[in-house]
Design a protein around this ligand. Structure first.
Ligand code: SF4
Length: 252
């Protein structure tokens, strides 16, 4: 099969997953916003990447290092062209925060603002995440570490495709190995599905503990989803998840 057909099939699979995710989240209808109200690209929740098949952990360039540094992971990444996402990016969005953080947040991928600034979670969803960390958990954002499963913005803000996620995964693994957080918060279905190694129904599995490479992982809603579904209940659920994650990170 040629490349255009491959891409078309991948986009169709992504669209189906997107519709399934909305159904899972209880969305039964959709009214497009007026043109001027279209949210910034970063705030559009994307369908999940397909998780890797069981038992096919991505090879990591850092497996042999006892504890790589974030600088060495970033240096290895370089001006990466390992997947097609490099073609449309302005800047690589590597990560941000405390290199020794106890608590790590992993999202899906950079949006427009992140691509422009080279920093993760700096759009509207990022502002909400920052408020949750600083006003809710009473931690400076600089105390935690924040990154995404892919470091380059997908064109048109589409879902990162499985080969793109697989290409970038060793660098997420390198970041986790470097930071060695005591707990990871997986923001939204795509990050949760990648870290749990299977398709995650985020509405059912948020608030439950899992592990990734021995590190406790708490799936919760992506802040972009919270912006769309800004209900008291959803805010309370995320608040409970973040409190539990912070408590886990502080366990000694
Ligand atoms: Fe490289 Fe990751 Fe960007 Fe792909 S998404 S080009 S693997 S940095």
């Amino acid at each position: 099969m040629d490349r255009p057909l491959d891409d078309a099939h991948a986009l169709l699979r992504a669209a189906r997953a997107w519709i399934a995710e909305f159904g899972e989240e209880g969305v039964t209808s959709y009214e497009p916003p007026p043109a001027r109200a279209i949210p910034a690209a970063r705030e559009v929740e994307r369908p999940p990447p397909e998780p890797p098949a069981a038992g096919t952990a991505a090879p990591t360039a850092f497996a042999d290092e006892a504890r790589p540094t974030l600088a060495s992971v970033r240096e290895t990444l370089g001006e990466c062209t390992r997947c097609a996402l490099h073609e449309g990016r302005r800047r690589i969005v590597f990560g941000d925060g405390n290199p020794d953080a106890d608590l790590m947040f992993v999202g899906e991928g950079p949006g427009e603002n992140e691509d422009r600034q080279g920093l993760p979670f700096v759009g509207r969803a990022g502002e909400l995440l920052t408020r949750m960390i600083e006003a809710g958990l009473e931690l400076p954002r600089s105390e935690v570490y924040i990154c995404n499963i892919v470091k380059c913005r997908p064109p048109g803000n589409r879902n990162p495709l499985p080969p793109e996620v697989a290409s970038c995964r060793p660098f997420l693994d390198g970041q986790i190995a470097a930071v060695r957080p005591r707990a990871i918060v997986a923001l939204g279905k795509p990050a949760s599905s990648l870290l749990l190694g299977r398709d995650v129904a985020i509405t059912r599995e948020r608030g439950t503990w899992h592990t990734y490479r021995g590190i406790p992982v708490m799936p919760t809603f992506h802040p972009a989803y919270l912006l769309r579904q800004y209900t008291t209940r959803n805010r309370r659920l995320v608040w409970e998840d973040l409190k539990a994650a912070l408590a886990k990170a502080r366990e000694r």
